[in-house]
Design a binder for this molecule. Sequence first.
Ligand code: ATP
Length: 373
Amino acid sequence: MKLLSDIDLSNKKVGIRLDLNVPVKNGEIQSDERLKAALPTIQYVLNKTESVTIISHFGRPDEGVYNSELSLKPVCDWFCKALNRDIQFISNFDQVPDGLCMVENSRFLVGEKGNDDSLSNLIASSFEVYVMDAFATAHRKSASTYGAILKSEQSCAGLLFANEVLNISSALEHKGSLVSVVGGAKVSTKLEVIKNLLLKSQKVMVGGGIANTFLKAAGYEIGNSLCEDDMVGTASEMLSTNKIILPNEVYVANSLDSNEVRRVSVNDVMPEDMILDIEFNKEEMESAAQEMIIWNGPLGIFENDLFAKGTRDLVSYLAKSNSNVIAGGGETIFAINKFSNMSNFHYVSTAGGAFLEYLSGSTLPSIEALDVK
Ligand code: ATP
């Protein structure tokens, strides 16, 4: 894998693929850690050339459909302030100007998700050097994170990407006892990863939306909770390893906006309930004190204080733990900063899904593409 320092960038036209997918509410950025983490590469490249284009996806829009709520404009404004520079905001790769610019959400473009050849070629041919620094999206084989790397004249990993690979690889070499804690909402992506994590972990504790699919597989009522029905069979197979730890108590409400929350045993969820937060039993948490703990994904809808207890308790527990704790994920970082501080953790990755996939031993498409360049 080539690094930035291996390539002569002087006066070249450079495209940088970043992951600027941060939580935004009413146009306000809630956590800018991923944006701050992207700055060193941008600054490094800007010291060598004036012609720099910033590329990222944002959320999960329908392909080919503009959605103002998923525009990168607030993020572009953040970078204008952080870099103290004007950044031209452009809608696609049809004619990328020289100078500093940012392209609108790459997932608005047809062909991005499916790694379409013509979009990959268009992105690659817009630049003399293509820098991949979106480690958090390295597990997606999309046009801007895979095809464009392969088709570009020259490509390399950015500073953040290289640093993430270095740190997570050293965690991969760990041979002692390991507990994984997985929460969050991206059920189908994460369930596959849990299969691999089970091979390396003494136990895998599941929370957030992920837990519901396992609870259903274990025969519990989960009402209207987030669940991936197609994955119930897979979850059931994983339960037979006896390594999956399910929550004992859950926080339920009738809707996401409800102010009436009940804490009930997993046995007492009603058909009209939604499980929006969880609690592990205390002994279970305490026995998680292994040599290493890996954590990705909030245990509940922590953005709402009513459903934040599970995540808050976990963050406080991990921040004080003597174990080697490594955590990762955009929303996970937001939760860490909300309830504690990243400096209390051994390593915090900007990536969620990619972090878990890499840790579980999978080859990430972007790394595979960079390795052949
Ligand atoms: P990223 O993939 O961006 O790096 P991440 O891996 O840290 O982020 P996600 O998988 O995106 O985390 O999940 C975070 C989201 O999961 C939060 O916004 C939270 O509100 C939501 N969530 C947690 N528990 C539940 C639940 N029980 N039902 C629905 N959503 C939930």
